[in-house]
Write a protein that binds this ligand. Structure first.
Ligand code: FAD
Length: 502
């Protein structure tokens, strides 16, 4: 048992938990951020469309709408302070055929009610001029100038690193198993590392937030249904679109879109399929077909031969009624300190637009604690800045030369497709929250995401990780438990074969 008593334990280190850790790190509090996985950001935050939505989609009056619009406004400052790749390039909702035009008016009205600035309805001709590859049947579009794109991995790693810089502790491979209670008051958690005491516990466990709140006897009727969304990723050498193109939304999702990313790759997806298994992030032939048909409705000239990867993410779709009385919506966010249990900040159903909303949710958690009587005293030395580490590929030639001159490891390219250097890998292994797996490095440096999908770099990365961590190469893994790359030295395999031959 860890004998230290924390002020706050945050369960779940996705974008929401990491943002909460960063916002709370401003105050004189002992904070612990835990996650069951080997790295931050291995849940829903790792597999989404990475769009900073403008806020015209959620039901007006819902908590989801309020968090979306407030969160969107926070992103410029946030990204600048934390060094998160973010581009406010606007987005389009595209109507194909006259019958889809009324949906644009409805979205525009919702956006106005939600307080979204900078929206404009444009004609089909205007969109054909702005995006020449668009379906010629386009009849009009809603342009939202405040839409953006961001790096979802940095959106979790950067605030978590900034939180650590300001005194927050992080414990990975630490699973929440239950609450420690004193009557109706939460006084800590039971974890896979034993008991951990604290005055407050924040439930930011994403797709498992229903299970966590049920352990405290809260909202037994609340249920999260995993809703799978599948994607194709295209090689940026072959396809470059400059815009974020949504179709008109369906009843359950924003539809299958075509978007560029901050890394320059085009992605298409996601579809929306309810499933039972909260761990099943596999892709299916039918699902990918649906994605392909959906994307071609927007951009008919797309060619599948340029796809280099597929992936799937699981939306944590909740069933909480609207947080605002009298507003009709069936899956609002839960952000509350429940009346029946004290010491618990309870979140749930943080599905899309959870990425854009995360800073607003963190701000709301601070307000809830203050409203509950917690005296939050600011640290005089709180530092809001986290500087990004250099990305060799993005630097001008002159700066690359200086970097290599000062540290020759930046002159050794490990991932050829994405030009990721050994220097960048070492910097991430030595970072405030060290990358200890291949995927942790991939999320931070973008290595292994190009055309060869890691074919060249994996052996070299395994070697570097094992050398730096002082562990056997056999212990190096893709993403933690159950994903080691190597089983035994080659010589042992040869010896086995020799024995078998005798
Ligand atoms: C297909 C898809 C597309 C999306 N597109 C967008 C988009 O374009 N824009 C947008 O704003 N949002 C989008 N979203 C939504 C967004 O990704 C999520 O709302 C957001 O990532 C949720 O973050 P989170 O921190 O709540 O959850 P998560 O990232 O899932 O983090 C929860 C963490 O809790 C940990 N955890 C769970 N149980 C335990 C336990 N018992 N003990 C310890 N740790 C535990 C998990 O390991 C995980 O790391 C999309 C989602 C999907 C699936």
């Amino acid at each position: 048992m860890n004998s230290k008593a924390y002020d706050v334990i945050i369960v779940g280190a996705g974008v929401v938990g990491c943002m909460i850790a960063r916002f709370l790190s401003r105050y004189k509090l002992d904070i612990l951020l835990i996650d069951k996985e080997a790295d931050l950001c291995m849940g829903t935050t790792a597999s989404n469309t990475a769009i900073i939505h403008a806020g015209y989609d959620p039901v007006p009056g819902s908590l989801k709408a309020a968090m979306n619009v407030r969160g969107n406004r926070m992103w410029d400052t946030l990204a600048a302070e934390l060094g998160i790749p973010f581009e406010r390039r606007g987005d389009y909702v595209v109507a194909v055929g006259k019958e889809e035009l009324p949906s644009l008016d409805a979205l525009y009205d919702k956006g106005m009610q939600n307080g979204v600035p900078g929206m404009l309805l444009i004609s089909g001709d205007e969109l054909r001029r702005r995006e020449p590859g668009i379906n010629p049947e386009v009849s009009g579009a809603l342009w939202a100038s405040t839409g953006g794109i961001a790096d979802p991995f940095a959106a979790a790693v950067a605030p978590a690193e900034n939180a650590v810089r300001n005194g927050v502790e992080v414990m990975l491979e630490t699973e929440f198993q239950g609450f420690l209670m004193d009557g109706s008051r939460v006084v800590g958690i039971q974890s896979s590392r034993g008991e951990l005491r604290s005055r407050w516990v924040v439930n930011s466990a994403g797709i498992y937030s229903d299970a966590v709140m049920h352990k405290a006897g809260i909202r037994p009727e609340f249920k999260i249904t995993p809703r799978r969304g599948e994607y194709y990723v295209f090689d940026r050498a072959d396809i470059a679109i400059n815009n974020v193109l949504f179709p008109v939304p369906t009843k359950v999702s924003k539809g299958i879109l075509v978007t560029t990313t901050v890394h320059g790759n085009t992605i298409i997806g996601p579809n929306a399929q309810n499933i039972d298994d909260k761990e099943d992030r596999s892709v299916t032939r039918e699902g990918l077909n649906e994605v392909w048909q959906g994307a071609r409705k927007l951009l008919p000239q797309l060619e599948l031969k340029h796809a280099i990867a597929v992936f799937a993410g699981l939306r944590p779709a909740g069933n909480a009624p609207c947080a605002t009385a009298g507003v009709d919506c069936k899956n609002d966010y839960i952000i509350e300190i429940p009346d029946s249990v004290s010491g618990l900040v309870n979140l749930g159903g943080i599905e899309s637009p959870g990425l854009v909303s995360a800073p607003a949710i963190a701000e709301r958690v601070v307000e809830l604690l203050q409203d509950a009587g917690e005296r939050l005293v600011e640290k005089h030395d709180w530092d809001p800045i986290r500087s990004p580490r250099p990305r060799f590929r993005e630097l001008p030639k002159e700066e690359q030369k200086i970097l290599v001159h000062n540290d020759p490891s930046y002159g050794r390219i490990v991932c050829r497709c994405e030009s990721v250097t050994e220097g960048e890998i070492l910097a991430e292994i030595r970072a405030p929250i060290p990358a200890r797996t291949y995927d942790a490095l991939k999320r931070r440096t973008w290595l292994g995401t190009g055309r060869c999908q890691g074919g060249f770099d994996i052996p070299r990365v395994v070697e570097i990780l094992s050398r730096e961590l002082g562990l056997s190469p056999l212990e190096m893994s893709k993403k933690g438990v159950g994903s080691r790359f190597l089983t035994r030295p080659t010589k042992e395999v040869e010896a086995d074969h020799a024995e078998a031959d005798v």
